[in-house]
Design a protein around this ligand. Sequence first.
Ligand SMILES: *[C@@H]1O[C@H](CO)[C@@H](O)[C@H](O)[C@H]1NC(C)=O
Ligand SMILES: *[C@@H]1O[C@H](CO)[C@@H](O)[C@H](O)[C@H]1NC(C)=O
Ligand SMILES: *[C@@H]1O[C@H](CO)[C@@H](O)[C@H](O)[C@H]1NC(C)=O
Length: 302
Amino acid sequence: MLFKRIRFWTVILLLILYVIGILILTAVSLHDTRGSYKSGSSIHSRYNSKSRSFDYGLPGFKSRLRRPKVNWCTDLKYINPPGPAIALASFPGSGNTWLRYLLQQATGFHTGSVYKDYGLRKNGFPAESISNGSVLVVKTHEWGPRARCNFSKAILLVRTPAAAIQAEFNRQSGGHIGFAAPDRYKRLRGRYWQDFVVSQLRGWQNMNLDWLLNFTGPTHVIFYEQLVSNTEHTLRTVIEFIDIPVDKKLFKCAIDRKQGIYRRQKRVLSFDPFSDNMKSMLKEKEIKVLDAIYNIAAPAAR
Ligand SMILES: *[C@@H]1O[C@H](CO)[C@@H](O)[C@H](O)[C@H]1NC(C)=O
Ligand SMILES: *[C@@H]1O[C@H](CO)[C@@H](O)[C@H](O)[C@H]1NC(C)=O
Ligand SMILES: *[C@@H]1O[C@H](CO)[C@@H](O)[C@H](O)[C@H]1NC(C)=O
């Protein structure tokens, strides 16, 4: 009887401590939020500094609390009259949100999506869920005939599979700008991450090859890595492909604000999450997709 009581009160005490702990953590991160936004700096700085230890363990929680408002170069409009529907096709984790952000900044037009991501809709992408020619481009991660049939042109955004898969892993546990805690890679003795890599890699290959080989409309392929290293040039090629006039002032403003709020800062893990076996799988599929890209882009060179 006495033991039961002690156990009961111990549980209650632990619960109270747990709640207090959560409250303290929340207060700390809210405080941190205000601190880093007031300076008007990008979201990046805080990942390098003191908040690091608080990023673990509360998946997706803080990134939502902390997201600042986007500073648009101009008010966003719909395309009127609507043009052809253009797909922004990419495997998840390949930087499509960042590209949408850049396009909206540089052109002043909304971008849409075949999804209804509530967070994105509330934070800079009010045309989320619109998938016709009244938006500049329509985000899609889908493939197959039904996914392709409504589009007359496509921008295919390709990122190396290792980076895309890791970004998607981060997104699934940390939100659009958060991170997966390092111990998530070790879940189920690493099986969880292993299975994730294998199934995502299959998707990465299918998605990219399907758009490359089966989509019949004009297709513009860009690499995420190029968008990072040469943002200005790559963004310009995308806008030219979409075929709308470039407003010099807006374009410059977009480049000045290219950081945006949706880029996940690089965070180096203390270990390499990809085993040798995974790396050779990744390389093999990557080469398949690159072959398809170069054979389509330069058929004469074959
Ligand atoms: C595009 O989609 C939106 C939302 O579904 C709809 O309100 C609008 O009328 C559509 N525009 C065209 C041109 O189809
Ligand atoms: C394609 O467009 C038609 C007509 O707007 C719509 O009914 C259909 O659901 C769309 N298909 C897909 C796969 O989005
Ligand atoms: C292209 O489409 C065909 C028929 O729908 C399909 O069987 C094939 O898997 C597709 N190719 C790729 C690379 O997805």
